[in-house]
Design a protein around this ligand. Structure first.
Ligand code: QAP
Ligand code: CO
Length: 178
């Protein structure tokens, strides 16, 4: 299957605000599946549609050990956060860079599934953190926005340089099929 091209910081297209999804058809399922394959291929645990230049409120996540428990989130909204934690984060759109960010260990959120059904859910730990990170993408926000301007600008310059040299890190080496 063809995979999607992931945008890299500081690409301004990562700053777009994604639109709510209103149509739940086969096209949406195909897109979700394509995003999942793209995420698995790049060894990620989460990917938002904005990262592949699609302005829709769609997220795919898999934080399972076996990488065989995909979660699809449509139009997710967090309404309760508790227990602040420090999380060490990376991002497929900021390849090769990691830093500490403040998140919440526990969240309650409303989410629509791929068939259009609305659910009220809770999450904790890595899944909760991943959902917070991915919803930020839907609002044009990146984890580097929580860092100092100095750090952020350095990361932007390094990514632009590595990209121009074709030397951006990728973990595409391990094959994965779903
Ligand atoms: C977001 O991030 C996240 O630099 C998902 O070279 C991160 O999947 C949520 C990745 C941490 C919670 C905790 C990053 C792959 C993947 C890289 C990712 C890289 C290859 C990042
Ligand atoms: Co990300």
């Amino acid at each position: 299957m063809d995979t999607l091209k992931i945008l890299h910081f500081p690409d301004p297209r990562l700053r777009q605000i994604a639109d709510d999804i209103t149509i739940f058809d086969q096209e949406l399922k195909d897109l979700a599946n394509k995003m999942l394959v793209t995420m698995y291929e790049s060894k990620g645990i989460g990917l938002a549609a904005i990262q592949v230049n699609i302005k829709k409120r769609l997220i795919v996540i898999d934080v399972s050990e076996g990488r065989n428990e995909p979660i699809f989130l449509v139009n997710p909204v967090i309404y309760d956060k508790s227990n602040k934690v420090q999380s060490e984060e990376g991002c497929l759109s900021v390849p090769g860079f990691y830093d500490k960010v403040e998140r919440f260990n526990n969240i309650k959120y409303k989410v629509t599934d791929i068939t259009g059904k609305v659910h009220d859910r809770e999450a904790e730990g890595l899944l909760a953190i991943c959902i917070q990170h991915e919803i930020d993408h839907l609002d044009g926000k990146l984890f580097v926005d929580y860092l100092s301007e100095l750090k952020r600008d350095r990361i932007a310059k390094k990514i632009q340089k590595l990209s121009a040299q074709g030397k951006l890190p990728s973990r595409k080496s391990v094959p994965y099929s779903i």
